[in-house]
Design a protein around this ligand. Sequence first.
Ligand code: MF3
Ligand code: CO
Length: 256
Amino acid sequence: MIRLKNEKQINGIRTSCKMLSAMYKELIPLVKPGVQTIEIDMWVRDWIKKAGGRPIFLGYCLKKKPYPAAICISINEEVIHGIPSKRRICEGDLVSLDCGIDLGGFVSDQAVSIEAGKVNSDVKKLNKVTNEALYKAITAVKASERLLQISRAVEGHVKPFGYGIVTEYGGHGVGLALHEDPHIPNIPRGANPKMSNGMVFAIEPMINMGTGKIKVLDDEWTVVTADEKVSAHWEHTVAIFNGQTEVLTEPLEELT
Ligand code: MF3
Ligand code: CO
């Protein structure tokens, strides 16, 4: 069931989104070669706590094992759900960050892919095209249009480059919980409800340099590309309100 949000709820979700983007604006400049990913997680926990929010990924259960950190950090062939560790970021890494905040019951979700130092031009290109796919997808968000227009926009933008689209994971309703209906695939498949006022979505293309196929590591969380080629991930939280589409999280590509 898709939960429609009223004005008060959208205002709460917007505040949560602004907080999350404000965190990223301070965090992204710190994500550099030499930094341990666990240090980033500690920083994020501390920031969110001080800001009065709750890191909603921490302890979240998708399958059995609760997610053990506040932020997902997925490097290179890691697609999503990378667990912070003692691993240090290296020059040339593509570092995807994904985080969400619960602020008084209002939930935000945003992801960015950061180029650490100088990255290969083909990785740069993948990152740019993935970010563009997100914005194409957002232009497809419109009251009375169908949901899979979003998926078509992602696929249509990415396909000419020959990249792989991850199909096992996708966007989702968000705002009063982290994962709400509807599921928003990055290829047009499955349920295709009409979009309407009051809907809030997390839109998140995950695009691979090679195959779209993925596997999950033994840690039960980290999703990696099956061919170990690099993957990029960008995400915004978006609302339809008063017939307008509003991107609630803020653009961050200038910082990445
Ligand atoms: N943006 C991701 C998602 O939608 C993050 C979930 S990570 C988790 O699904 F740990 F919270 F599951
Ligand atoms: Co999400």
